[in-house]
Unconditional design. Structure first.
Lengths: 304, 273
């Protein structure tokens, strides 16, 4: 569905995307994981055939965005990072008018509008102004709008940023249903839990390049241990205490507020820490996540 | 593995007609939302000008028709110019804040760019909307003025109406290009104060440009609005100098075409950055 080779995007002197290779296959949910500024959105805008490619090769649905932009966009659904809903229109008209841009006959758009209102659980808000909707409702409406042309490929740029946990889970559920229905999803996110939940395969992006690629599980296996023991000591103590626990795990990361000991058995690490007379203020054992993968690959946390 | 090659069924570029047609529903809702306010700005306020300047102030002005470019009264003199100047002001109004809104505030252009529409289609549909707005407002205006006895022939006002619409489009395309490049709306204040207002006052709407003195008269003759005002007036008063009329049409038509290209290029750069 998407093929990129050495893809680049520059804004003047600044290189936002510095040569990436990507293959997205039909029916999969593919993720771009990385912190803000990693080049995810620039990549998405090129894939959406709105931002010209600065270098390298890009094919969307087998077509070249430089020459076939309208034909590509006719078959894409785009859910941008910032809502571009029309605040002056009501909920239903936002769907209807958008559908008309695709040249879909009026009667068909009306029918699909009703279906999508149902899908987005906004049927009782059909006449409401967009301004009256909550953040979660706006996102659902944006996603519903991106489905009006029954896209082959759905692009979601940071779909749940700014949403409360309940709204996020609702949205994830809907994206699952789309995936089940065979829609190919491409998602950018800086939330590792979102990437783990939704993506079959993902690339970790940092500073415009791809740092790693694989399924969430593969990446965790490859770049991290099974478990992580998190140890919280007093402020400023972490750096000096790191040496005392260094030998307990495969690797130790020092964060400003805690130590992370990477190991296959977290409980054993905790027991040994106590044996050595160290008294963490708080300690917990958890399984490794993509956050740990990112930390390992870049030396920084995703939230930076 | 390579991306699945999938033959495209849709033609890559929409035809001009299709590109505009797909946005009709959008612009119709914009119209339904704004027509009430539009009546005031497009019709009531210019009528105040006609009554205030043309009828009441004009009542004090008794001059030889020769000094009014052949107009029998001051009212007959200023009406064609006022309508042309009004067409310009409407066009500027419709291509300043609404264009910036599409880029920066309600971002409708960004939403539209995620569809098969291209920048060219967005610009065309927006301009067609401005055209409809200006054409209908000028038509109503001219109709209302007919009973005042300010038109010298029955056919003149129809052609003058065309001239007024052309003035509107010349400004609509150029100002669209300006707005597409503008980062902050503060630039509009400068445009209105240093562009629109001086043009309205000094491009021959209210007095013959010959009153400006030889040097400034030539400056005025280079302004696009003067071409529209003079054309509109010659046609309303049946004092047409045909070669000059052709020149006016060519100037305004050229500005419209160049402005159209400039607008498309400006919006293309803005939306792809």
């Amino acid at each position: 569905m998407i093929l990129a080779r050495g893809l680049r995007k520059s804004f003047g002197e600044f290189d936002a995307v510095r040569g990436i290779d990507v293959d997205v296959r039909r029916g999969e949910a593919f993720g771009f994981l990385g912190p803000n500024g990693a080049g995810k959105s620039s990549t998405m805008r090129m894939i959406a055939a709105v931002s010209p490619v600065s270098g390298g090769e890009l094919r969307i649905l087998g077509l070249d965005p430089a020459t076939d932009g309208p034909a590509i966009r006719a078959r894409l659904g785009v859910c941008p990072q910032e809502d571009t809903l029309d605040n002056e229109l009501n909920v239903r008209d936002n769907l209807y008018i958008y559908g008309r841009y695709f040249g879909i006959p009026k009667a068909v758009v009306r029918e699909r509008t009703d279906e999508l209102l149902e899908f987005a659980m906004l049927t009782d808000k059909a006449k409401a102004k967009v301004e009256e909707l909550s953040g979660g409702m706006k996102r659902r409406l944006t996603i519903a709008r991106s489905l009006i042309n029954k896209p082959d490929l759905l692009l979601l740029d940071e779909p749940t940023t700014g949403l409360d946990p309940q709204a996020r889970h609702l949205l994830w559920d809907q994206l699952f249903r789309l995936k089940q229905a065979g829609v190919t999803l491409v998602i950018t996110t800086h939330y590792m839990d979102e990437a783990e939940q939704l993506c079959d395969r993902l690339v970790v992006m940092d500073r415009g390049v791809i740092a790693a690629e694989g399924s969430p599980l593969d990446l965790i296996r490859q770049f991290s241990t099974r478990e992580v023991a998190e140890l919280r000591f007093g402020v400023g103590e972490h750096e000096s205490l790191a040496a005392k626990v260094e030998d307990l795990g495969a690797r130790v990361e020092v964060l400003p507020d805690r130590l992370l000991v990477y190991t296959d058995d977290g409980e054993e690490v905790l027991a040994k820490v106590h044996e050595r007379g160290l008294e963490p203020i708080a300690a917990l054992v958890r399984r490794s996540t993509l956050e740990d993968v990112f930390l390992r690959l870049t030396g920084r946390s995703l939230a930076d | 593995m390579s991306a699945t090659p999938i033959a495209s069924t849709a033609p890559s570029r929409l035809s001009v007609r299709d590109g505009i047609g797909r946005q009709l529903d959008y612009w119709w809702t914009v119209y339904k939302r704004t027509w009430r306010g539009g009546i005031i700005s497009s019709f009531v306020s210019p009528l105040f000008y006609v009554v205030g300047m043309g009828v009441l102030l004009g009542g004090f002005i008794q001059v030889d028709p020769a000094r009014l470019e052949g107009a029998p009264s001051y009212l007959a003199f200023i009406v064609p110019g006022l309508v042309a100047a009004h067409a310009m002001q409407m066009a500027v109004g419709e291509t300043t804040y609404p264009v910036m809104g599409g880029i920066k505030w309600h971002k409708s252009y960004h939403a539209q760019m995620a569809t098969p529409l291209e920048v060219r289609d967005l610009v065309n549909a927006h301009l067609v909307f401005v055209l409809a707005r200006v054409a209908s407002a000028c038509a109503i205006f001219m109709l209302v003025l007919a009973p005042f006895g300010v038109f010298a022939s029955w056919w003149g006002p129809f052609l003058a109406w065309g001239a007024q619409v052309l003035v509107g489009m010349a400004f609509a395309t150029v100002v669209f290009g300006f707005s597409a490049r503008l980062r902050s709306e503060e630039g509009f204040g400068v445009l209105f104060r240093l562009g629109v207002v001086p043009l309205v006052l000094f491009s021959g709407s209210f007095f013959p440009v010959s009153n400006l003195g030889p040097l400034l008269e030539w400056v005025a003759r280079f302004t696009p609005l003067w071409h529209g005002v003079n054309l509109s007036r010659m046609l309303c008063l049946d004092t047409v100098d045909w070669p000059l009329a052709v020149l006016h049409v060519v100037v305004l038509g050229t500005i419209t075409a160049a402005g159209w290209l400039w607008a498309i290029r400006g919006l293309e750069r803005r939306l792809s950055s």
